[in-house]
Design a protein around this ligand. Structure first.
Ligand code: FAD
Length: 383
């Protein structure tokens, strides 16, 4: 344990049991395959179904739709357990904590019954496609269109950097149903990937998180029923703004757990390694650096815990979620860099986990809205 005397205030006995079960499942079923998944650039398809069978998908979705009947805390506990084992290729945060909640909050009863049970089983993998080759941060400028033609939409455009892109069976596509209206013309449309107008692009090669599939997607006269729209036409931008605080908190929590993991690995390493007749841990520089890092990790942990409590009460605002996302991911990158330094040359070698953690961390400052955009959002709360 990194902290001797701290427990998240939202934890309870039932969540503790879920944590134990999830930890055992990931250690037994996922960890042995992680190196292979990194080599192949994606996890095995069967891993999704195994996680579904173990009840680890859609944990916060009501049982009536096949989910676990829990809440956001359940998703968090499951995420923490696979990240603690260095499994960063399992895109369950996107699947269970982003895509499924969109369906739950904005879907019709028919849409929920059609897709959520399959998502909870792992038969259907979800993705969300906002980013395009020409625009990411400036979401209002997307060019993908979904134009009504009778009782169908015809979707044209392309998306990129889409998590779960290779595995996805169902994609929430952010598209303009009325391009003349700017942000007010954006809608969210559900597209099944066996649709003839849909084409999956490359599984993009990345600096880190190599077992996470990240893809291009192309839509060419892709016809879907009007009934595949999530909520009202033109509400897409508002729906995204409503859901992004949870997504950003999730990224901040991932940052905190990975920071804690890096510190644990480093404390073990410097406690063993000797130089100049003493442990690396016994140098004052090492102790001071790690003391600073541990303090900042605990500040991050207590902050995200407060955000979880706010989220559960429906009170997590955009600025606070942005603070958590930017600060915790900045700290993750800084602290993992310090941890790598304390490993010396070993820290640069693939066989030491800290090296992979360094590469995996970098994107945390970019996706889910860049940290510069987070500061813009916080800035707007200044008056
Ligand atoms: C591994 C990975 C997974 C991803 N998964 C998904 C996914 O599942 N779905 C999805 O839709 N997208 C996904 N993305 C895309 C990600 O959300 C975008 O890359 C991100 O939002 C930034 O957009 P961009 O790449 O177009 O950068 P740009 O918007 O081109 O930004 C370039 C630089 O300019 C800065 N900048 C832009 N605007 C401003 C401003 N107003 N003020 C100050 N600085 C600014 C940015 O901060 C950045 O530093 C993923 C990306 C990666 C790398």
């Amino acid at each position: 344990m990194l902290y001797e005397n701290y427990q998240s205030p939202w934890m309870d006995e039932e969540l503790g049991m879920l944590r134990d079960a999830a930890g055992k499942f990931f250690a037994q079923e996922f960890s042995p395959h992680n190196d292979q998944w990194i080599q192949q650039g994606k996890i095995d398809r069967d891993a999704w179904r195994q996680a579904g069978d173990a009840g680890l998908l859609c944990a916060a979705i009501p049982e009536a739709y096949g989910g676990g009947g829990g809440d956001y805390r359940h998703e968090t506990v499951i995420m923490e357990e696979h990240l603690r084992l260095g499994i960063t290729g399992f895109g369950n945060q996107v699947h269970s904590a982003i895509v499924a909640p969109y369906l739950l909050h904005y879907g019709t009863e028919e849409q929920k019954l059609r897709w959520l049970p399959g998502m909870a089983k792992g038969d259907i993998v979800g993705a969300i496609a906002m980013t395009e080759p020409n625009t990411g941060s400036d979401l209002q400028s997307i060019r993908t269109t979904a134009l009504a033609d009778g009782d169908e939409y015809i979707i044209n455009g392309s998306k990129t950097y889409i998590s779960n892109g290779q595995h996805a069976d169902l994609v929430i596509v952010v598209a303009k149903t009325d391009p003349s209206l700017g942000a007010k013309g954006i809608s969210l449309i559900l597209v099944e990937t066996d649709n003839p107008g849909f084409e999956r692009g490359r599984n993009l090669k990345k600096l880190g998180q190599k077992a996470a599939d990240t893809s291009e997607m192309f839509f060419s006269d892709c016809r879907v029923p009007i009934g595949n729209r999530l909520g009202e036409a033109g509400r897409g931008f508002i729906q995204l703004m409503q859901q992004l605080p949870q997504e950003r908190l999730n990224i901040a929590q991932a940052a905190v757990v990975q920071t804690e993991r890096a510190l644990e690995l480093t404390v073990d390493y410097v406690g063993e390694r000797q130089a100049f007749g003493q442990r690396i841990l016994d140098f004052q520089n090492t102790r001071f650096k790690l003391a600073e890092c541990k303090t900042e990790a605990l500040i991050g942990r207590t902050f995200v815990d407060q955000c979880v409590i706010k989220l559960l009460a429906g009170e997590l605002d955009a600025a606070t979620a942005s603070m958590a996302k930017y600060w915790c991911t900045d700290k993750q990158c800084q602290i993992i860099d310090e941890c790598l330094q304390l490993h010396g040359g070993a820290g640069y070698m693939d066989e030491y986990e800290i090296s992979r953690m360094y590469a995996d961390a970098r994107v945390q400052k970019i996706y889910g809205g860049t940290n510069e955009i987070m500061k813009e959002l916080i800035g707007r709360s200044l008056g």
